[in-house]
Design a protein around this ligand. Sequence first.
Ligand code: ZN
Length: 193
Amino acid sequence: MNSPRPPAVLIEPMLIGDHAALDLLNTVAQVDGAPRDFLQSDADVLRWLDRMGLPADAPAFTPHALLDATRTLRETVRTLVAQRKAGKNVDVAALNAFLARGHYAVQVVADEGGWRVERRTEQRCVEHLLMPLAEAAAELLANGDFNLVRKCEQSDCTKCFYDRTKSHRRRWCSMATCGNRHKVANFRKRQQG
Ligand SMILES: [Zn+2]
């Protein structure tokens, strides 16, 4: 008799960017030496939005529409962040076109839930789910300190983060992974020397 297959381990992208726009970029990361896109389906996007603490109440949409829109936005943001970081000309047209689809009205609401400010849209589409990310990217480009937008120092790691440490000397995506690998490598070097 065949033994039951062990359940597939669900690996989620690490949320280490300290900025929503950078965490979006980190949904592609190196796994076992090869780039891996953690967003392979609409469900992956919804799960990731939820982990990010963003609304994930999707309206009915065409299959793959959310995935496609997310990947498009992600690669737009990736280009812009790279251009901005390199001090190059930044072409914001694609991001602005995306933001233009966000039509919403800001409303103040008071009910049993208390007081809050809400953004209301008449027609919800997949882009609306992604607007907080597009806005975060716009905010980063306009107001971010790009000296603090950095890539993990581990050479084969592509994850990036916004360094919010007091000393501004963050070097790794995570101490538990790349930081630790560096420590171990250093230790070995010292032992050999
Ligand atoms: Zn890393």
